[in-house]
Design a protein around this ligand. Structure first.
Ligand SMILES: [Zn+2]
Ligand SMILES: [Zn+2]
Length: 138
């Protein structure tokens, strides 16, 4: 690989990272591909995906995986909690203090050294609650 293509890859990765950091919507690789394409019209979904995996591997972003749903990406690499709408799939950050007692309890139960924990709450977002209420009235 010559210097030119190394540089281009770095630039692509930087733009993908910038786009991801700009939003708090926890986009999927598809969503990000649509966003990045505005700046890099020739980029492929595969390239976006690979760069996201690399950034996640480097710990610069987070990958949110839940069985049966599309992976989401988060430009905020610090540990924080999430809440997901079961109906529309929306994922929001949850502004709750990290519960370090949980890590202590887990360490005591398992003799593991706990590095971090993740918590995701599931529910119905306000919009979906409204839709549900309307459906019940009808
Ligand atoms: Zn919803
Ligand atoms: Zn988040």
């Amino acid at each position: 690989m010559n210097n030119d293509s190394t540089l281009r890859i770095t630039k692509q990765r930087q733009i993908i990272l910038d786009e991801l950091m700009r939003v708090t919507s926890h986009p999927t690789a598809d969503d990000l591909y649509q966003m990045v394409r505005q700046k890099l019209p020739r980029i492929s979904l595969g390239t976006v995906y690979r760069n996201l995996e690399t950034l996640a591997g480097l710990g610069m972003i987070q990958k949110l995986e839940v069985a049966g749903t599309q992976k989401r990406f988060d430009g905020n690499a610090a540990t924080h909690y999430h809440i997901r709408c079961q109906r529309c799939g929306r994922v929001d950050d949850l502004d709750l203090r990290l519960n370090t007692d949980l890590e202590k309890a887990a360490a005591e139960k398992t003799r593991f050294t706990i590095l971090r924990h993740r918590l995701e709450f599931t529910g119905l977002c306000p919009e979906c609650q409204k839709l549900n209420a309307q459906a019940e009235e009808a």
